[in-house]
Design a protein around this ligand. Structure first.
Ligand code: DGL
Length: 256
């Protein structure tokens, strides 16, 4: 049976993973992507691992109703909490995302690498092992409350949050900033304006898109023909959220 024409399921706690989705569509324009934002249970990053695992199971079973050929966890928090669990249970490929610490470490100039992520991501075993490998100069920076500002498209609130955060760092000693949450990628243009140019800003979206491509290829699951498509869905109030998700998708195509 040729499974390659089936869709790819993608999820996040809310709208953040739309930035990852945009990167994947650029690399794999012929694929059919089904995105589900678990807005009803967002944020994940201030919950416990067990709670996130429970929500992830529900979201994934929704996506499975559409006969997905692969699953992308477009959320650093959910990857840390549930990727190993899903990989052990599922017979289709599961691709996760993690903070892009390696390129930041390669850019190291003797200063600090700030890793912005949710409190739960920074506590997880997966992140600690990433720190062991590439985190010699990395400083974890939990950002509770920041994803909500992206969900609400609150630009002014985000700017004030970042001003306050960057004001607490000694910027002359910072070499790189790692965006360890898919929501924060939407704030990249704003951060670029606020931070000195020599500070590198990295995120895991492109790496995840490439990893998806490699995995589909190696499983013989790359779609061979036909128009690609993107379907956006939410567990929350669709009437209110779908316009926001569409706007962010367009923005994601510009920045990812
Ligand atoms: N977008 C998610 C991530 O990449 C987390 C946001 C949240 O639900 O707290 O970590």
């Amino acid at each position: 049976m040729d499974l390659s024409n089936r869709p790819i399921g993608v999820f996040d706690s809310g709208v953040g993973g739309i930035s990852t989705l945009a990167a994947m569509v650029k690399i794999l324009p012929g694929e059919q992507f089904l995105y589900l934002g678990d807005t009803l249970h967002a944020p994940y990053g201030t919950k416990t691992t067990e709670e996130v695992q429970m929500y992830v199971r529900r979201v994934v079973s929704e996506l499975e109703k559409k006969q997905i050929k692969a699953l992308v966890i477009a959320c650093n928090t959910a990857t840390g909490a549930a990727a190993a669990m899903l990989r052990a249970e599922k017979d289709y490929p599961v691709i996760g995302i993690e903070p892009a610490l390696k390129p930041a470490e390669e850019h190291w100039r003797g200063g600090r690498i700030l890793v912005m992520a949710t409190p739960l991501t920074l506590k997880q075993e997966k992140f600690l092992s990433l720190m062991d490998r590439f985190g010699a100069h990395a400083v974890p920076q939990p950002c509770p409350g920041l994803m909500e500002l992206v969900e609400n498209e609150d630009e002014k609130g985000a700017e004030a949050y970042l001003e306050n955060l960057f004001g607490s760092w000694e910027l002359e000693q910072v070499d790189a900033v790692v965006l360890g949450c898919t929501h924060y990628v939407f704030l990249k243009p704003m951060m670029r304006r606020m931070l000195p140019e020599r500070i590198l800003i990295t995120d895991g979206n492109l790496g995840t898109a490439r990893q998806l491509q490699r995995v589909l290829e190696s499983h013989g699951l790359l779609r061979k023909a036909g128009e690609g498509s993107v379907t956006l869905q939410t567990t929350g109030n669709s009437e209110m959220l779908l316009p926001v998700m569409s706007r962010l998708y367009a923005k994601g195509l510009e920045i990812s």
